[in-house]
Design a protein around this ligand. Structure first.
Ligand code: SER
Length: 866
């Protein structure tokens, strides 16, 4: 059975059993700071389990892209060395949100495995959480699994948590016995053993709790089911393959790698086979992460991606000297592009980024390995790479700890990872980076603020809560710094890049400035200094500062036009990676692998302005995610959307984006658009800054005034200013050159005159001369002229830009008379710093000492050799 059939059978089975098929979410979790990458099918349903969100369905089925390479669920170090670990995999799962629970979850799983994909019943085992008698009983009495094939395991195996906080619960896992040939041979070998015999294929989690930051488990309002089965593992079992890497899922990548390197995977040594496995796995995780807009960096998920790519680069070295990544990207896009179109759309971007990231690292990879080799020699007794050494490799050569671990392991060394962490912590403290402190406030869930700011900018509302230092109170006296929570509010709270509104709050005859506004739970809390005593139940009027808001709206709609224009000219691979919308400017970060050319920038700017001039209506529509994405509406991966209720901002025929921000009524309201900055943030990330409306007008007016003045200055029309400047620069350069030549000629003419001033010091002709008109760089040539005319010792000085320079030249035939080293040292004492060859010294001084000439003469008289 091909993996494609298995996918289909899985979805069909659960759809037949009343589940709604939900597409995989992106690998970048939407607004969930507790996660680096999407690591389980249930991530996109987290708020449903927590009861914070409801949908029209209570049963769902999905096949979710997952990366487990950092954070709580991290398989990175294992990949390559086991037959089953992957950093990227697809998780098949069925879910119940307050609908069925243990009984049906177990029944569905059993039926799918034994009836649909027809695994041999006798080979299946189940584990349950040690205290879960209910699940045990279902397996034993309802499914009929013999007691010896059910095991009770502890928390580590059979209690699943999404992260340190969030939904969790006991679980039951299904294992398949792959036979003795996969086993460790130990008598105690059973499900839960780390060998490959009892392979865990499906995890059924019975969601019951919400784990709190303090470690306590708060029961969920509704229990639920979250199951996860790695597609790759199931395929290996069904296709009876030794490992996931031999299934049809990896076959195209392995075959391509064999072609590219001229090696056979099947016949390779274990070390080379491991390299094959690492590369084909890492190429998948990095391609999928890059396609979803993640870029390598030194922080967070960007660093995890960097680690994966660098690890791939290390193993790649073992197979080939060529850059084989582009070929592998192509193979993967070809193989999976129909299921995940983002791979094809972003293929160029992915290839460029992978190449640049590996090229940048290539030099350090070689260098770091040499250093590591010297550590192996130094530490041969202990066979430990110290934490300080591993840290140096990390800090100086960009070696992630995982890389040092791999190489150390290959040489039979271990790494002191504990000490490494201590070094990391030291650096963190030195750089002043503080860990984020938790200033969260837990809001009563019954409180809710309705946002009125799409339709009005003045709203009267009742105070429903008052927060002082994150604590809800009923009243506060005048002068208290507090946040009032109202049942309605027109104030926009920072979201989707658009910054929060400014405004005022009126209470009776008092009016006070809004000091800030933030979201607390489902409410909005307006920070102010109470101008009078306030209490819950009071009526207040909230007033948005409209000039500021209008400018923000112009910039927000312009951001949508900009994104659409970028896609028009640069392709669909362009993805928003960040955005800031303020009243003064907009900033838009996006993934693109090349610098934008000036021509491209003009085209983009023109297209945005064209759409502004067309005065197209800006329409708001409410629909569901599926409908919106099916007609190509752009969604930003960093944003969290309720799939059943999304807001679409559409500029007909040009742009349609999911967005919760505030916008102008028609594009003409933007007035004008001007890009003011274009920068490259990193290899795959660009940034544009632009202004609109009054700010753009001001930019044009200022530019006009300046260019007009320049035109008048140069006496040319505007379009000829640049030429005039270039011409004038050229003329200046020529004039400078000419002046230099003239000065040279002049000094040549003056040499005979200067020579007349020559003194004889201890039989040697000596001249000290301050040549005001010469540049420091001309002193040398002049000194040579003088030597040619009369062999002697010449000490020439000049002052240029308030800095003194000197040049001492000694005729070669007199070189034996003077020890220039001693002379230089003596000059140094006088503040003349310099250096030189056997017959000259040149240098400078802040100022030339008073009476320098007689002092030199005295020195020469005392020191010249006979
Ligand atoms: N969330 C569970 C897991 O990841 C089941 O899907 O294993």
């Amino acid at each position: 059975m091909h993996s494609r059939d298995i996918r289909k059978k899985f979805i069909d089975f659960f759809v037949e059993h009343g589940h709604t098929y939900v597409q995989s979410s992106a690998l970048i979790p939407a607004q969930d700071p507790t996660l680096l990458f999407t690591n389980a099918g249930m991530n996109q349903f987290k708020d449903l389990f927590l009861g914070k969100e409801t949908r029209s369905y209570k049963r769902a089925v999905s096949i979710q892209k997952c990366i487990r390479a950092g954070g709580k669920h991290n398989d990175l170090e294992n990949v390559g060395f086991t037959k089953r670990h992957l950093t990227f995999f697809e998780m098949m799962g069925n879910f119940s949100f307050g609908d069925y629970f243990k009984r049906d979850a177990i029944r569905f799983a059993w039926d799918f495995l034994t009836k649909v994909v027809q695994l041999e019943q006798d080979k299946l085992y189940a584990s349950v959480y040690k205290l879960d008698d209910e699940a045990y009983a279902i397996w034993q009495t309802e499914i009929g699994l013999p007691q010896e094939r059910i095991v009770r395991l502890g928390e580590a195996d059979n209690f699943w948590q999404m992260g340190d906080t969030g939904p969790c619960g006991p679980c039951s896992e299904i294992y398949i016995d792959r036979g003795l040939k996969y086993g460790c041979g130990q008598a105690a070998c059973a499900p839960g053993c780390s060998c490959d015999r009892f392979l865990e294929i499906w995890n059924l989690v019975f969601m019951q709790f919400d784990r709190q930051a303090d470690g306590t488990d708060k029961p969920l309002k509704h229990t639920g089911v979250d199951t996860g089965m790695g597609l790759e593992r199931l395929v290996a079992v069904i296709q009876d393959k030794d490992s996931v890497f031999e299934t049809d899922i990896f076959e195209p990548l392995i075959a391509r790698l064999e072609e590219l390197t001229g090696r056979s995977y099947a016949q390779a040594t274990p070390e080379i086979q491991a390299a094959f496995r690492v590369i084909v796995d890492h190429i998948r995780s990095s391609c999928f992460a890059l396609a979803d807009g993640c870029t390598p960096s030194n922080e967070g998920r960007g660093y995890v991606l960097r680690k994966i790519i660098r690890r791939a680069a290390l193993f790649c070295q073992k197979l080939s000297e060529k850059n084989i990544f582009p070929d592998l990207v192509q193979t993967l896009a070809h193989q999976m592009g129909d299921i995940y179109p983002e791979l094809t759309v972003s293929q160029t971007h992915i290839t460029a980024l992978l190449t640049s990231e590996t090229e940048k690292f290539a030099h350090n990879l070689t260098h770091g390995q040499t250093i590591l080799n010297s550590y192996f020699q130094e530490n041969n007794n202990t066979r430990i790479i110290t934490g300080a050494q591993a840290f140096k490799l990390y800090d100086t050569y960009g070696f992630p700890l995982e890389l040092t671990n791999v190489i150390a392991h290959e040489h039979g060394f271990t790494v002191d990872t504990q000490e490494f962490e201590v070094e990391m912590e030291k650096q963190r403290l030195q750089s002043g980076k503080k860990l984020k402190t938790d200033d969260t406030c837990h809001m009563d869930e019954s409180l809710f603020t309705h946002f009125t700011g799409y339709d009005e900018h003045v709203t009267q509302s009742k105070i429903i809560g008052i927060l002082v230092n994150n604590t809800l109170v009923q009243e506060v006296p005048a002068g208290t710094l507090c946040s009032i929570i109202t049942s309605k509010s027109p104030f926009y709270i920072e979201c989707g890049g658009q910054i929060s509104d400014e405004g005022t709050v009126k209470i009776g005859s008092y009016e006070t400035k809004l000091l800030g506004i933030k979201k607390v739970g489902t409410t909005s809390a307006a920070l102010l200094e109470a101008p009078t005593a306030l209490k819950v139940g009071d009526t207040v009027t909230l007033i948005v500062d409209m000039p500021t808001r209008l400018n923000t709206m112009k910039n927000h709609t312009a951001t949508h036009l900009l994104q659409a224009a970028l896609i028009t000219f640069l392709g669909k691979g362009v993805k928003q990676s960040g955005s800031v919308v303020t009243p003064d400017y907009l900033r838009f970060d996006f993934t693109y692998h090349e610098n934008l050319t000036p021509e491209q920038i003009v085209l983009i700017e023109d297209l945005v302005n064209k759409k502004i001039l067309e005065n197209l209506p800006v329409k708001t529509e409410h629909t569901n995610l599926k409908e919106a994405t099916s007609r190509g509406v752009i969604a930003f991966f960093g944003e969290k959307y309720n799939p059943e209720q999304v807001r679409v901002i559409e500029i007909p025929g040009f742009s349609a984006e999911l967005c919760g921000g505030t916008h102008v009524r028609a594009t003409g309201d933007i007035g004008l658009f001007k890009i003011t900055e274009v920068t490259a943030l990193s290899a795959g990330n660009r940034r544009l800054v632009a202004v609109t409306g009054p700010a753009a007008l001001l930019a044009f007016q200022e530019t006009f005034v300046i260019t007009k003045a320049l035109g008048q200055e140069f006496k040319v029309t505007q379009e000829h200013i640049l030429d005039a400047i270039k011409k004038q620069k050229e003329q200046l350069r020529e004039a400078q050159q000419e002046a230099k030549e003239l000065k040279k000629q002049l000094s040549a003419l003056l040499v005979p005159t200067w020579l007349k001033d020559t003194k004889t010091v201890a039989t040697v002709p000596f001249l000290y001369k301050h040549l005001r008109t010469l540049a420091a760089s001309d002193l040398k040539d002049t000194a040579q002229e003088l030597i040619k005319a009369q062999p002697g010792i010449y000490f020439l000085t000049t002052t240029e830009n308030h800095k003194a320079s000197f040049f001492v030249a000694v005729a070669p035939q007199l070189a034996h008379r003077i020890n220039l080293k001693n002379f230089g040292a003596w000059l140094k004492e006088l503040g003349l710093q310099g250096g030189g060859s056997g017959t000259s010294i040149q240098g400078g001084a802040v100022v030339l000492p008073y009476n320098l000439e007689p002092q030199i003469v005295t020195w020469l008289e005392a020191n010249l050799a006979n």
